[in-house]
Design a protein around this ligand. Structure first.
Ligand SMILES: Nc1ccn([C@@H]2O[C@H](COP(=O)(O)OP(=O)(O)OP(=O)(O)O)[C@@H](O)[C@H]2O)c(=O)n1
Ligand SMILES: C[C@](O)(CO)[C@H](O)COP(=O)(O)O
Length: 226
């Protein structure tokens, strides 16, 4: 593909819900930091993918020491994170060069499958903007202002959204010219606010976002099975 493909891996958050002593992206699962598994998933899919890793500036030297200690030599560009995920992605976008397809992926989703990555890139190549989703398996209730939970939400009307979210570079760069809005919960919401349609593809169930200590237990179980 002319200009090639790239992935921005965002890991610039504080991990408050994890509440661990070290930033959650560095916690080892299967004896290696989460972030190393995530980066390798993308390079297994395409070894010439450009990898942009967004981290808080004050974690650069810690990450570099981890890379030395774990003999992690995969090529990547380090970029400083911002105040919110939106700002971290925006910083990453400054480094995409002439890449034509841009994936944006949470650093704490190391169980993304090769099939999910392939589906997202190939749908984005065709449609311009593609995100992976999975079905909801439980019943849903909406908590109303009076605190009473209402029934009647049809779960088949809803999907859970994952990453990587993949876009043609012209689309994602245009979208990220918008001012920040706290309704921007992911990249697709920014792209949609800029007026572009989003195409949904199937994600994979294991592609959890490691957010809480419970997720870490699930991750340890999954890493021993994959
Ligand atoms: N300023 C920020 C905030 C979040 N992220 C990244 O966005 C992804 C999804 O965010 P989340 O899981 O909420 O991570 P945290 O913001 O670190 O977690 P918490 O909300 O519990 O503090 C993570 O990989 C996180 O590092 C980021 O790059 N820059
Ligand atoms: C991008 C995302 O992972 C899609 O599900 C999610 O919106 C990130 O949310 P967070 O509040 O930043 O964890």
């Amino acid at each position: 593909m002319p200009g090639g493909e790239c992935v921005i891996i965002v890991a610039g958050g504080q991990g408050l819900r994890m509440g661990a002593d070290i930033p959650k992206q560095f916690i080892p699962i299967g004896q290696r930091p989460i972030l190393m598994h995530t980066i390798e998933k993308f390079l297994s899919w395409n070894n010439s993918l450009k990898v942009i890793l967004v981290l808080p500036q004050n974690q650069f030297s810690y990450w570099e020491s981890l890379c030395r200690n774990y003999d992690f030599t995969q090529k990547h560009i380090l970029v400083a994170g911002g105040e919110t995920r939106f700002h971290s992605v925006k910083n990453g976008l400054q480094h995409i060069g002439d890449s034509q397809l841009i994936a944006i992926h949470d650093g704490v989703r190391p169980f993304v499958s090769q099939e999910t990555i392939e589906r997202c890139f190939s749908a984005a190549d065709e449609k311009g903007a593609a995100i992976p989703v999975i079905n909801v398996s439980e019943s849903l209730r909406k908590i109303e202002k009076n605190g009473i939970a209402s029934v009647g939400l049809k779960r088949s009307d809803y999907r859970l959204v994952q990453t990587p979210q993949v876009f043609k570079s012209s689309i994602i760069c245009k979208a990220y010219e918008l001012n920040y809005n706290d309704a921007f919960t992911d990249d697709a919401s920014v792209v949609e606010a800029a007026g572009f349609p989003i195409f949904l593809v199937e994600g994979n169930l294991e592609n959890i976002k490691i957010t809480t200590p419970f997720d870490l237990k699930v991750a340890e179980a999954l890493i021993n099975k994959t």
